[in-house]
Design a protein. Sequence first.
Length: 258
Amino acid sequence: MPELHSSLDALARKVTHRLIWHSPGPRIDVRPARPIVTFTFDDVPDTALTAGATILERHGVRGTFYIAGGLAGTTEPGRRLIGADQVGELADRGHELGCHTFSHPWVRRLDKPTLFADLDRNAAFHAEHAPGVTLKNFAYPYNAPKLGIRGEMMARYRTCRGGVPAINRGKTDPAFLRSIEIRPPDAYARTLTRWIDDVAAEPGWLIFFTHDISDTPTPFGCMPDTLDMLVGHALEKGCEVLTLDAALDRMAVPERNR
Ligand SMILES: [Zn+2]
């Protein structure tokens, strides 16, 4: 769920990002034989299902949808979030469901018991609405992580996605995957092919994230034609387009990184 950042939040986020990069912990070695591109959708707006998932499927590929169960069925300016009854549909259509917390908080503002209870609640939500699905990967709301929870998060998830805009290559922190946002204006979103060209030239793992997929997107979304163009461009350039979890399997990353 988008929210405008205050300058204080932006500063706190920047400092946290820097500290996390330098905190010890296992790293994964991202050296795929072929470049990998992953498309992810956060929250998740219903157009990410009706338009986004459909576009990926038309190309014969699948995406990762980081769902916050507490948002399901709610309406916000410019978008409606998928209903609980649509969560299972994404899984049935072969897409990956990831965890995005239940209540979509600023994670660093929560103490550990509150945070972990929130994560448990999202797991329970998915157990009810997408039986048999395990949420293996996590994305921080607002891409804003929290210090001091690496061990617990890595015990729960294979990866956590953060917002530092870069390609994952070589030694990579699974607790803080880098990712590139697809957002308006459309003229800008269409230039994101440069990231695909970059990963195609030197294999690594490029993760995109966005929200609604609409001809009139919110400031956090993408137009259908542009998403279609980006997926097509990745495939034309010889990239494998994989879900988060399939990408980890392709790179033989162990199920848990403790
Ligand atoms: Zn979100």
